[in-house]
Ligand binder design. Structure first.
Ligand SMILES: *Cc1c(COP(=O)(O)O)cnc(C)c1O
Length: 388
């Protein structure tokens, strides 16, 4: 068949989860009882108090029209109030908050807004693939910052070569981190802000898991003095409120960058459905609602089932302080593809091989804690029977 595909599509890195996807489909087709820790999509529905607000909002005719601009003023103000309450940081709702159709959309479009062909973009690995795709589509060059256990899953800024620092336009960070579950301390964010100032780099910190924590609340990079001059942060409703299908997020921080992002968006989309923004206001006002807090307790119990079970079975696994991921080190002498394949073939359990997140992810597999407690327990008892 004839193809009109653009060159840039061939520049995307290969999708490395194909093999596991194929085996998973085979197992399901064969009628096996597969337990899937692969997808980072919450299992439970959006809390009722949010759905109820949506049901009201959807009947208002004014909400049926284009939602032009950077988001409804009431929505942006609600986010500013939430942010002040959580982080004690003030934001200007008019210039320092932009509503997004999910953070994936904003992450992808940020590069179109600020990266010129040939600019270097600093990208953590293992990491969320959209930092790379956005850069590739904008003609930028990806420079990988490996995250290692030895460095607490933080990039080692010292290791970024001098010429790359000078060509770099933006540095991506993602804390609390997918897939490693790591939290960045304020001292690290401070160092990044100093580095960014010195080399004239924008920091884009992706924070969709900032509300999924089990100990102390993780910091925002905007809590660093003067960070707004050199950083933006992405916050998403998807994971906190089980709203992945609704498509709602915000970018906050450096006003000129947000204006550039808004300009790209105004040329490509026409805003977030106003009813969804109204539901978003309800979500922000209810962030401490028992339905939200109960859910974190469920993730905590699933985390402990996975971590304790794997440790007992002889896998060395660290307990994450945030996110709904467990990043488990493969048993000695194995690699992540082999472990994921055997866990699927012999225990009917899907986990993601770390190598699928790039070479720096090798040696680990990722469990997404989006399975019920009972099924999580069942899966871990099956895995514990395997011998490596
Ligand atoms: C889930 C996820 C996102 C995407 O969130 P949306 O707001 O649903 O687009 C972005 N970054 C990371 C690291 C994620 O895990």
């Amino acid at each position: 068949m004839k193809s009109w595909r653009a060159e840039r599509l061939t520049q995307l890195p290969p999708y490395l989860f194909v093999e596991i996807d194929r085996r998973k489909k085979e197992a399901i087709a064969a009628g096996r009882d597969v337990i899937d820790f692969g997808v980072g999509d919450p299992l439970r529905p959006t809390p009722t108090f949010i759905v109820d607000r949506m049901a009201e909002a959807i009947r208002k005719a004014v909400n049926h029209r284009y939602a032009l601009g950077t988001g409804m003023p009431e929505f942006r103000r609600a986010f500013v109030d939430f942010f002040r309450g959580r982080y004690d940081v003030s934001l200007d709702p008019d210039s320092e908050v932009v509503a997004l159709l999910g953070s994936k959309e904003g992450i992808g479009h940020l590069a179109t807004a600020i990266v010129n062909p040939g600019d270097a973009v600093l990208i953590p690995e293992p990491g969320y693939p959209v930092y790379v795709s956005g850069t590739v589509f904008a003609g930028g060059t990806c420079h990988t910052m490996p995250l290692t256990e030895a460095n607490g899953w933080l990039p080692d800024l010292e290791k970024i070569p001098e010429d790359v620092r000078r060509r770099a336009r933006v540095m991506w960070l993602n804390y609390p981190n997918n897939p490693t579950g790591a939290v960045a301390p304020m001292s690290f964010f401070s160092r990044c802000v100093d580095f960014a100032r010195q080399y004239d780099i924008l920091i884009a910190q992706d924070a969709p898991y900032c509300e999924l924590f089990y100990g102390d609340p993780p910091p925002s990079i905007l809590q660093v003095d003067g960070a707004k001059d050199t950083a933006i942060e992405f916050h998403s409703f998807s994971k906190t409120f089980n709203m992945t299908g609704w498509r709602l997020a915000v970018a906050v921080g450096h006003p000129d960058t947000l204006a550039a992002l808004a300009k790209v968006k105004s040329n490509l989309d026409s805003g977030v459905f106003r009813a969804v923004q109204e539901a978003g206001i309800a979500a922000l006002e209810g962030v401490d609602h028992p339905e939200i807090r109960d859910q974190i307790d469920i993730y905590r119990r699933c985390r402990d089932i996975v971590v304790d079970g794997l440790c007992e079975a002889g896998w060395p696994v660290t307990r994450p302080e945030a996110t709904f991921y467990v990043w488990a080190k493969c048993p000695p002498g194995t690699d992540s593809m082999t472990v994921a394949a055997r866990v699927l073939d012999e225990a009917d359990v899907v986990v993601i091989p770390g190598a699928g997140f790039g070479p720096a992810g090798e040696g680990f597999v990722r469990f997404a804690l989006t399975v019920s407690e009972e099924r999580t327990r069942e899966a871990i008892s099956r895995i514990a029977k395997l011998r490596w």
